[in-house]
Design a protein around this ligand. Structure first.
Ligand SMILES: C[S@@+](CC[C@H](N)C(=O)[O-])C[C@H]1O[C@@H](n2cnc3c(N)ncnc32)[C@H](O)[C@@H]1O
Length: 378
């Protein structure tokens, strides 16, 4: 009983303060005296409550385990009312989701738990070697190759791979298959140089260094120095050649990768509170930031170089509409290059949507990513 009361106020806090749910849920669970089975049950319940926060809020945050598990099996339609009153999105975001996702089946896939996917670091090992080792070590779990990325392994359960010796030594990274595949749309050849202008903790830079066996020059930049410090450390253990720069060089790079800050809605399965945290003003800020960063990327690319614009969002406002904005703003200065020029449609047709790279959980349970390639003409 006491714990149920705790849950109600916890959910209220997450909803009203729009704070990162994962951390407060972890702290809450740690404080309870629960067996590991109960811990799993309560954690899953809390995450489901957040997914269905519209419903939970309408019940004044008083919901039971049974109610939520029944709700999960109930049929619904993909309309504004459902997105607001069941899933807790605000009205404007609900409209944008409907404009961006037209299939109920696809929307439902975002309600599942995302798989755990790792990427073998080719500078140190192969996924075949990792599969051999870990399928022996984790006999209880199913471990398989990712379908589209030639470097990935997917676990059917979430185990603490960070604790593994091979993770500590840089043999693999935790990276969704869609994020791994971004490497495949980057028009680079050995000897070229690339600027990863939103490098963060280095997911894409590390993946590039591995894919090209350190044969491209990678400059990594980000405004967040703490994330770059993590990148520096991971690059060292991974033996990846990545150069962290204080300032991008102007008119210099063969390719500039903009792994743009975005709503992150394409990763909603992992960050379940994005329905609460995505507001009109947070989205507007992200859209403006994406436009500013694109300007900087264009300045850093050399004439004839490429800008690869990527988001982990399915919202048209951050994807197709941004592409139109860039093309309109830089008429005669940039050209949109169909992704199929670099991503072979014979193998990857499922990941190509018109001129763009697009992934969704419908393809081997990936996150939703978007990618567009531009050539700098002058
Ligand atoms: C989607 S994350 C990057 C993830 C990273 N590339 C990876 O693969 O792990 C977006 C990044 O953009 C950075 N960022 C935000 N504003 C920026 C700016 N004006 N210039 C450069 N980076 C910026 C954020 O700090 C964040 O690390």
């Amino acid at each position: 009983m006491e714990m149920v009361e705790g849950i109600n106020s916890l959910l209220k806090r997450i909803y009203h303060e729009k704070i990162l749910a994962r951390k407060i849920i972890d702290d809450f669970i740690r404080e309870q005296n629960l067996s590991s089975k109960e811990r799993r049950k309560v954690t899953d319940f809390l995450y489901d409550c957040i997914r269905f926060i519209g419903y939970v809020k309408n019940k004044n945050f008083n919901v039971t385990f049974n109610e939520i598990s029944e709700l999960k099996t109930k049929e619904f339609t993909l309309d504004k009312n459902t997105l607001i009153n069941t899933f807790g999105f605000n009205e404007e975001i609900a409209e944008k989701i409907i404009k961006s996702i037209d299939s109920l089946d696809l929307f439902k896939l975002f309600l599942n738990r995302a798989p755990l996917t790792i990427r073998a670091n080719m500078l140190k090992t192969t996924r075949e070697k990792l599969l051999l080792e870990y399928s022996k070590k984790f006999k209880k779990y199913e471990l398989k190759f990712t379908e589209f990325s030639p470097y990935g392994l997917q676990f059917d359960n979430h185990i603490n791979v960070r604790a593994l010796d091979k993770f500590k030594k840089g043999y693999f990274e935790i990276q969704d298959e869609a994020s791994q595949l971004v490497t495949f749309i980057i028009p680079l050849k050995p000897g070229n140089n690339i600027l990863d202008i939103c490098a963060g903790a280095g997911g894409k830079s590390l993946s590039l260094a591995s894919h090209f066996y350190n044969s491209v020059y990678i400059d990594a930049y980000d405004i967040d120095k703490k994330r770059l410090a993590i990148l520096r450390q991971r690059a060292r253990v991974s033996e990846a050649k990545i150069n962290i720069v204080k300032k991008p060089k102007p008119f210099y790079y063969d390719v500039v990768l903009v792994d743009a800050p975005c709503s992150g809605l394409g990763t909603w399965r992992r960050d379940v509170d994005l329905n609460i945290r995505t507001t009109n003003s947070s989205l507007k800020k992200k859209i403006e930031l994406q436009q500013n960063i694109f300007d900087n990327a264009l300045n850093a690319a050399k004439k004839g170089g490429y800008i690869v614009y990527v988001t982990c969002s399915f919202l048209k406002d951050e994807n197709e509409m941004q592409v139109d904005y860039f093309l309109n703003k830089y008429k005669n200065k940039i050209e949109l290059i169909p992704v199929s020029e670099f991503l072979d449609p014979n193998y990857y047709s499922q990941l190509i949507d018109n001129d763009f790279f697009k992934t969704t959980p419908a393809q081997n349970s990936m996150d939703s990513f978007f990618g567009a390639i531009f050539k700098k003409l002058v």
